[in-house]
Design a protein around this ligand. Structure first.
Ligand code: MG
Length: 315
């Protein structure tokens, strides 16, 4: 692998944006869960270690979902202990109480549950109604909080749904309130099929803050299916959001969208944030090198524009 020729954007700050953004890195979980290839545990552990070495402070490590549902992450019990010494936050996904038990047994300090804003996705993904899914998460959240474990609530399909189409803002607000009221510390608003545009982002965030949802509890999770992820991120930053989900190298397509383009690439995000003079603590050159290394293991080039621009990777 050639070392990337490191370029950085000129930092020109803009008004009204947070001074610092915390990146919630999802490549090892959301990314690898949606890749066709199953990566060996040792490679995943090395990936998480390299990500931690770039300065990322929150690295979602794996999922304690039943192994038959997500065979790519069936090694959670082996992976977590292999990385738990790292001096970073290592949240894991827990789909239900059984998953929580498995995570707690390994000393996990941060968990995430995965809710849906729409009935059709709740039915497709969890075979439950939205309210039945919330009822399933209630004991998970309560038991995690009783152990002082941080809980993130993912909310998918916040901007559009492949079956339902448009998703009313009020519907998203209702589920967000329910997750916060049950004890979630943080909510990640997911644009699972990548259809959001900046005005929609602004409208949803305004409605949420109008419903007494603190902006400090919000993260955004954009997909770049239609090339809107960074525009949407900027709109969210302008509303005061300071936690942004991204996936190193743009790992992970979306199984519910036709396009292979999925998660916002962390490198593309870091490029924009550095250009805005916003502190992320991330070394972009190291991050690009990590994604080039991972792409070689997956046997396909990274879809990230910034990885391509800063590396000699063939596309
Ligand atoms: Mg995603």
């Amino acid at each position: 692998m050639n070392a990337p020729e490191l370029g950085l954007p000129m930092a020109v700050p803009a008004e009204g944006l947070p001074a610092r953004v915390r990146i919630h890195e999802v490549g090892a979980r959301d990314g690898l869960q949606n890749e066709k290839a199953t990566v060996p545990t040792a490679v995943k552990a090395e990936f998480v270690r390299r990500l931690a070495g770039t300065g990322l402070t929150t690295i979602e490590a794996t999922s304690f979902v039943h192994p038959t549902w997500v065979p790519q992450l069936a090694d959670a019990e082996d992976l977590y202990p292999a990385v738990s010494d790292l001096p970073v936050e290592l949240p894991v996904l827990v789909p239900n109480e059984r998953g929580l038990d498995r995570a707690l047994a390994l000393g996990v300090r941060r968990v995430a549950v995965f809710a849906s804003a729409t009935e059709s996705f709740a039915k497709a993904n969890l075979n439950r109604t939205v309210d039945e899914a919330l009822a399933m998460f209630e004991p998970v959240v309560a038991r995690a909080k009783a152990r002082d474990v941080h809980v993130r609530g993912y909310l998918s399909m916040c901007f559009g749904d492949p079956w339902q189409g448009a998703v009313p803002v009020g519907q998203v607000v209702r589920v967000c309130r329910a997750l916060l009221d049950m004890g979630c510390d943080e909510l990640s608003l997911g644009d699972t099929i990548g259809v959001a545009t900046p005005g929609h982002v602004t409208a949803l965030l305004s409605a949420l803050t109008g419903a007494d949802v603190p902006v400090a509890a919000l993260a955004v999770h954009f997909h770049d299916t239609y090339g809107q992820a960074l525009s949407n991120t900027l709109a969210a930053l302008q509303q005061g959001v300071a936690t942004v989900d991204a996936s190193a190298g743009g790992l992970g397509g979306c199984p519910y969208a036709k396009s292979a383009t999925g998660n916002l690439a962390t490198e593309d995000l870091v490029w924009m944030l550095q250009g805005l003079g916003i502190d992320t603590g991330v070394d972009l050159g190291r991050l690009v090198a990590t994604s080039v290394w991972m792409a070689a293991h997956l046997g396909r080039p990274s879809p990230s524009r910034t990885v391509r621009a800063l590396s000699h990777q063939e596309s």
